[in-house]
Design a protein around this ligand. Sequence first.
Ligand code: SAH
Ligand code: SF4
Ligand code: F3S
Length: 460
Amino acid sequence: MITLVENKEIEKQYEYMEKVKQKVHGLKYFINTMGCKLNENDSEKISGMLTEMGYEETNSFENANLVVFNTCCIRENAEEKVFGKLGELKNIKAKNNMIICFAGCMSQEPHVIEKIKKSYSQVDIIFGTHNLYKFPEMLYNKLESQKKVFDVWDIDGEIFEGLPIKRDGSTSASVTIMNGCNNFCSYCIVPYTRGRERSRKPEDILKEISGLADEGYTEIMLLGQNVNSYNGGDGYNFANLLRDIDKIEGIKIVRFMSPHPKDFSDDVIDAIAECPSICKVIHLPLQSGSTAVLKAMNRRYTKEQYLELVDKIRNKIPNVSFTTDIIVGFPGETEEDFEDTLDVVSKVKFEQIFMFIYSVRKGTRAETMPNHISEDIKSERFNRLKALADKITEEENIKYIGTIQDVLVEGISKTNENMLTGRTRSNKVVNFKGDKDLTGKEVKVKIISEHVWHLKGEIV
Ligand code: SAH
Ligand code: SF4
Ligand code: F3S
């Protein structure tokens, strides 16, 4: 329930935005976003607030008077990069009279805050994932007092509606439908950084998407750590939400991530099958193909249950394809366990696999599990998985050659300015010659060759 108090809170933040605007003239901001699409969506909100406060966006640290690190701690390498960059900024901070803000998932980790307090005096403002909406107030206080403002909550923040948002894309927009996660997969830090699951109200989500359709957006990405446990109240579930979004005029493609295999109900499968706008590429995180490893990961499905789910979805949605996430080298993973993962990959033939080497996270259950895997074995397994995935991609791509595909044009190719780029309904990247005015339109393209990462074609 959105209470009056919460609206008042947002009203108060708008007042702070106005007060900052009075003080700020000709200043520039840069947001460094790491991590997942939820973080990207949060950055769009931070961007919206800064724009409202009179700041202008710039695309480099060097030109910025205010920098926000919107951080991720899902794996160790993401964390290391941030501290490196913070170190580099020490020199230009004085020159630009720069305010450095530290936000996102790393802010929710007590050991990170300690490290900043001890060794990174250049950081001016810290806020967490639960109190992002208070950023205008924190910035105002910093500008007024010149004192550091560190404010991180370890309780679940309420869902805030009505903040300004400055979106990155012009045809595709992300919409967060829920915050947090209740699953506690034993390797994962997210439940600790994002708190428990809280769903937005259906009417708020539908209103936002209708507004996006009115602004000309045609593609929507629904976001949450576990979207199929969305709970809109009074029995309104994720399938209801998909059906209602499908009815919104102007929205041509609806994607969502991530669903959890254990919560993939028949109702959701039916909704995907029945609704023309719902994308028939489903991201279905596997993590491991071994039942023993899945149990240790606390995923709550077996290898067989995962494969049965894939079959069930394929029977109901004939043109469906799958993408997935896989972790190699989870503690205790044996050669046989890893071969089970390869076996599932061979059977499902994923359209795309996001592969990760297990990275130990402080405070998670897997941290203290026995039999951590050596770096050598982890990278050897990673390479074997990648080789198999590449072979399957090539085999699957070859099947496209000679077919005619509906391709949604995204614009001029980043790697070749004479070509347009777009995606098939199954999310394959296709490059082809054509007029850039076709951007945002769907065209028919005949596929002529495959190049592992993309297909090449001709408009027919
Ligand atoms: N909620 C989503 C995923 C969020 S994180 C889901 O359940 O699928 C994105 C991916 O990062 C995960 O799917 C997992 O494959 C990977 N990941 C998470 N924690 C990790 C860790 N400690 N080491 C390596 N990869 C990890
Ligand atoms: Fe992490 Fe598991 Fe939650 Fe995904 S479902 S965010 S992997 S705990
Ligand atoms: Fe990273 Fe937080 Fe997303 S840890 S993956 S930014 S939810």
